[in-house]
Design a protein around this ligand. Structure first.
Ligand code: NDP
Length: 238
């Protein structure tokens, strides 16, 4: 146990990848952790509820189920995200809007529903999982970068709306993380990416999860509207 825990925590897309590591980190902290998943078998040990972040009604039902089991959500991590990479000239409007709908509007739907309970609780932590790409840019990712940059505007505006109510909103911006996605990259490309990262390596999902846990802790009560990079120095200066 690394902290006092005991809070109702929700991680969207907590069934795999970075979200799962975040969920495990909060569980190790002694929190009551709920995760959302869309299909398949969710990992054991969490309150797993089905929800699609593109569907406000399914999110509302998930929150209602979580509130019944764990009480109002005090920490929400908007982690669910997708990519649909292609260069601008080939990017269809659907490629663009579907990524925005999941990554940006999805986060909006999640925090809108979560904020009700937080305002009533008079405390809360919102953590939005962005990406180094949001502020650094990346060829072939105009849709993804736009969605991830948009999360910064959400966190900062939310801070201006709710910081006085003991609610913080921050962005965590991972760089290259060892997940199925990065493992699938050709070895040569992985080496090229690593050469451009000052730390000279990709990170483990736990390295992101620990930062999320900390920014949601009492220790970080005076941090809000921040963009916290977890990228080995890749995006320095933005
Ligand atoms: P994965 O592809 O491994 O997992 C994505 C998660 O999001 C899954 O749980 C997935 O659910 C969920 N999800 C996707 N669309 C929806 C939706 N419409 N409704 C609900 N859940 C949805 O991704 P990672 O773990 O790699 O990434 C997690 C977050 O971190 C993302 O926001 C990503 O952009 C960001 N990130 C990742 C980096 C990396 O190197 N991997 C780097 C920087 C940022 P399901 O299992 O049902 O598909």
């Amino acid at each position: 146990m690394t902290g006092p825990g005991g809070r109702s925590v929700l991680v969207t897309g907590g069934n795999r990848g970075i979200g799962r590591a975040i969920a495990e980190e909060f569980r190790a902290n002694g929190d009551r952790v709920a995760i959302t998943y869309r299909s398949g078998e969710p990992p054991a040990g969490f309150l797993a509820v089905q929800a699609d972040v593109t569907d406000a009604a399914s999110l509302d039902a998930a929150f209602t189920a979580i509130e019944a089991e764990h009480g109002p959500v005090e920490v929400v991590v908007a982690n669910a995200g997708i990519t649909r990479d292609t260069l601008l000239l080939r990017m269809s409007e659907e490629d663009f809007t579907s990524v925005l709908d999941t990554n940006l509007t999805g986060a909006f739907r999640v925090i809108k529903r979560a904020s009700r309970g937080m305002i009533r609780l008079k405390k809360g932590r919102v953590v939005l999982i962005s990406s180094v790409v949001g502020l650094y840019g990346s060829p072939g990712q105009i849709n993804y970068a736009a969605s991830k940059a948009g999360l910064v505007g959400i966190a900062r505006s939310l801070t201006r709306e709710l910081a006085s109510r003991n609610i913080t909103a921050n962005v965590v911006a991972p760089g290259f993380i060892n997940t199925e996605m990065t493992a699938a990259l050709p070895e040569k490309q992985q080496q090229e990416y690593k050469a451009s990262i000052p730390a000279g390596r990709f990170a483990e999902t736990e390295e992101v999860a620990r930062v999320v846990r900390w920014v949601a802790s009492d220790e970080a009560a005076y941090i809000s509207g921040a963009v916290i990079p977890v990228d080995g120095g890749l995006g320095m200066g933005h």
